[in-house]
Design a protein. Structure first.
Length: 220
């Protein structure tokens, strides 16, 4: 699936779907410059690398929404292939570096312990590929989860915090049901209703629809 943003925009978003958990790795490209970055790096690094190259994207970074193994499985291989930095939330550092907290020890694969090159706080901005990207700290699914928001384009990459009509689970290490409710109601749902949402699993949605229909209003 490829999404081209609003008319006259140079931003193209491509979904690279991999693995048995139906993960979304998002490839965001500035078609004017040819530069791009990915949000999360799920299963099958060879497939993700091949798709990036086939798109002729000059990769400049890897942005992580959180540290669960199914979102970081391919980080080291992609980083090595393209020589790019990794960005993550500061409060997620412990989970990234601990194979028990990021659950890779249970996955039947090589245990994963990684470090980001750049740790961000709530409200930090990064400039990448000609775009300004805001870090929104959204604890609840994990304590250091971050959603990445491009205000000029009204695009939000929500990881496992916000899904179509629902939200991420809170029963894994550092999860917190009250925190995810606060993250949704007081942060994400304050964004413009036309904001397109690209989650870590499943289909796209938008903030306007989620403010009307999301299960958060009845389940937490």
């Amino acid at each position: 699936m490829t999404y081209t943003n609003k008319e006259n925009s140079s931003v193209k978003v491509t979904c690279i779907k991999t693995g048995i958990m139906d993960n979304n790795t998002w490839l965001i490209k500035n078609t004017d410059s040819g530069e791009g970055f990915i949000v999360d790096a799920s299963f099958h690094p060879g497939e993700i690398i091949e798709r990036i190259k086939a798109d002729n994207t000059d990769l400049k970074g890897i942005l992580l929404t959180h540290s669960h193994y199914d979102h970081i499985m391919s980080v080291n291989e992609i980083k090595e292939e393209f020589k790019v930095p990794v960005y993550a939330g500061l409060d997620e550092k412990e989970l990234l570096e601990d194979d028990r907290l990021n659950l890779s020890y249970k996955a039947g694969r090589t245990n994963i312990e990684i470090s980001a090159d750049n740790y961000v706080n709530d409200g930090d901005e990064i400039n990448l590929c000609g775009l300004t990207i805001n870090a929104i700290h959204t604890p609840g699914h994990t304590k250091g989860g971050v959603c990445w928001y491009i205000p000029e384009e009204n695009l939000l990459f929500s990881g496992d915090t916000l899904f179509y009509r629902t939200h991420g689970r809170t029963d894994l290490p550092t999860g917190d049901s009250a925190a995810i409710r606060d993250s949704l109601l007081n942060k994400l749902f304050k964004l413009p209703p036309e904001t397109k949402v690209f989650p870590g699993h499943g289909e796209m949605t938008d903030i306007g629809q989620e403010k009307k229909h999301n299960v958060i209003y009845v389940s937490v």
